[in-house]
Ligand binder design. Structure first.
Ligand SMILES: NC(=O)c1ccc[n+]([C@@H]2O[C@H](COP(=O)([O-])OP(=O)(O)OC[C@H]3O[C@@H](n4cnc5c(N)ncnc54)[C@H](OP(=O)(O)O)[C@@H]3O)[C@@H](O)[C@H]2O)c1
Length: 260
């Protein structure tokens, strides 16, 4: 489908990957609904960046873990723009916890992460279904993670929530056709504040250096590189649904020598 004159909701677009997708879609002429839960300054800045491309924006605070907020986000979108073509379920959260430290995560950590990453995406998709079905071609993109495929990443609870998102992508794709395609993106290590702050600068720099050595494409991805993938799905993959695309410069292809 063509992004020009379309309308996209991008959850969690006040920073990072969501903000990059907002700018990328706006550059293609797409009107953007920018969603945030705390960072209103960031959201307003992203809106200004998008409007510089001549598109309209709507900035809405909504906690995707709350069904009422999800429904209000879609209702606000329809009130302003009268239609919805693309939903990007990008909002995400985590708790950084070494996988070896099983005592470091409790039940509430699992539930809190799952409520945003997995249930949030489900609730947003449910709220948006009727509007998306009005289009001949509509897209839902779920921002999962390599964590959800390989069981790596910021914590076991995070990896489990993203693994659930990958299977949910297939379930939703099966039932939301023929109008709505549902695909997932699995970024690997993304350069930026989320990991630098969560891992600590030293571990972040060490990991980034290692990825640059082993990745076939010799670098880790950036929010802008993930945004390119999201644009590619919407503008070039109308006949793909239920797929999960790893975007990590090929890092996952690296096979380390066996070590004891
Ligand atoms: N960075 C990575 O290495 C990496 C790798 C794989 C996958 N991902 C995924 O990519 C997505 C974006 O992450 P990022 O790296 O761009 O981090 P980020 O800059 O921290 O972005 C997270 C976004 O989610 C929003 N958010 C958090 N909780 C929310 C909630 N309950 N309701 C609505 N919005 C909420 C945040 O908004 P506020 O700040 O306003 O709360 C922010 O806009 C996440 O789903 C993450 O799991 C990231």
């Amino acid at each position: 489908m063509n992004l020009k004159d379309s309308v996209a909701i991008i959850t969690g677009s006040s920073s990072g990957i969501g903000a990059a997708i907002a700018r990328c879609f706006a550059a293609e002429g797409c009107h953007i609904v920018i969603n945030y839960s705390r960072n209103d300054e960031g959201a307003k800045k992203v809106a200004a960046d998008c409007e510089a491309y001549g598109v309209q924006t709507l900035v809405m605070k909504a906690n995707v873990a709350e069904d009422e907020d999800c429904r209000a986000l879609v209702a606000g979108t329809l009130e302003k723009f009268g239609k919805l073509n693309v939903l990007v379920n990008n909002a995400g959260t985590t708790k950084f916890c070494d996988h070896r430290n099983l005592a470091g995560l409790n039940k509430q950590d699992f539930l809190d992460i799952y409520a945003v990453n997995t249930v949030g995406a489900y609730q947003m998709t449910r709220a948006a279904e009727n509007a998306l079905r009005q289009q001949e071609v509509a897209h839902v993109i779920n921002m999962a993670s390599i964590a959800g495929i390989a069981g790596v990443g910021s914590s076991i609870a995070y990896a489990a929530s993203k693994g659930a998102m990958v299977t949910m992508t297939m379930s939703l794709a099966r039932v939301l056709g023929p109008q709505i395609r549902v695909n997932a993106i699995c970024p690997g290590f993304v350069q930026g504040d989320w990991l630098a702050e969560g891992m600590g600068q030293e571990a972040y720099d060490r990991t980034l250096g290692g990825i640059r050595k082993i990745a076939p494409l010799a670098d880790a991805v950036t929010p802008e590189r993930i945004a390119d993938t999201a644009r590619g799905i919407v503008t070039g993959m109308d006949w793909t649904t239920g797929e999960t695309i790893i975007v990590d410069g090929g890092t996952h292809l690296h096979t380390a020598p066996l070590r004891r």
